[in-house]
Write a protein that binds this ligand. Sequence first.
Ligand SMILES: *Cc1c(COP(=O)(O)O)cnc(C)c1O
Length: 396
Amino acid sequence: MNKQQIIDEAEHTLYKTYNRYPVVFDHGKGVHLYDSDGQEYLDFGAGIAVMGLGYDDEEYKEALKDQIDKLLHVSNLFYNQPSVEAGEKLLKVSGMDRVFFTNSGTEAIEGALKIAIRHAYNKTGSHDHEIIAMKNSFHGRSLGALSVTGNDHYQEPFKPLLPGIRFAEFNNLDSVKALVNEKTCAILMETIQGEGGIYPASEEFLKGVRKLCDDNGILLMLDEIQCGMGRSGKMFAWQWYDVVPDVMTVAKALGNGVPIGAFLAKGEAAAAMVPGDHGTTYGGNPFVTAAASRVLDIFEKRDIPGHAAEIGEYLKEKLEELKSRCSLIADCRGKGLIQGVELTVPAGPVVTKALLEEKLVLITAGEKIIRFVPPLVIEKEDVDEMIKRLEKALMN
Ligand SMILES: *Cc1c(COP(=O)(O)O)cnc(C)c1O
């Protein structure tokens, strides 16, 4: 099939929930993608913050190949070694007590929500609970995750959703306090809002919410699906804040391209669910956990979070410089290698132009924000090259 045939066939075949760019990617190398015509693209999207190690890491691929030759899947009715190894490593870097492997981020959120509800049921025997989530948040597309996603546009066609969800304003502690009552069982938020436009939690806010949770017996649940796994410059973004969650979720870069997520819990929350309460056929199978296990090894051995912190600083500096010469840029914000540039105009056309004319892959976050979530292994030269191409795309 040639490029146009692939696009036409996709438009007839695949369920139409995306407006795709007219590009067919064929393979990747390092931080570059190549399309079906062999054109090279610089990738600052990483498959939406997934390809932390880039596209052709030999050490990573070796773990996949070895596991393919051994065993792809067994059910969770049995034990398997890769899942235990990946689990141990994830507990070590997070300080959590228990982990459950899922197939995606949205399923990790489902698990977190079930912990919150189960924990509240264990304590009160009642079914009347409330969860506080944040406006402008994103937690996934399944009905539970959508229920806590503070985005009217995504929610509206699928109502009614889960009952008992209250939305507070992110980085506004008073708005959270105003919603807390004796039914509140959990507060859920992204440590750095991704999809909503790259808004890091302020230190005052996150610490304030932690204290509110402690004072009222509420679980703090942090969604680290996008900002976690080294992206912020620490393994998990909450590690910048001197705050520890009771429940956390990861996915995206955890598998570096194989579908795997996880929810993790600490203390009482780690024991809230019992056998029979939750399950998954694929989740945590030996193939995906062998991948995650190797990812975690590589993160430690090569200090990927430290590298993300260093290059992230450089990226931030270069974006600030660009802002000073480009009147279309209203704001720059982010942490490490999750950065956002807010424009005075819609970001969609700029991102499209960058892709099609400058061969630069960027994604948007919200209407006016360009999101930078490159592979964590990018170097300063890649940042320089990206800025050059972006500046051209920003010029008319
Ligand atoms: C991507 C994302 C999700 C959903 O993950 P999927 O793997 O797409 O289901 C949830 N929360 C955050 C913060 C995300 O960025």
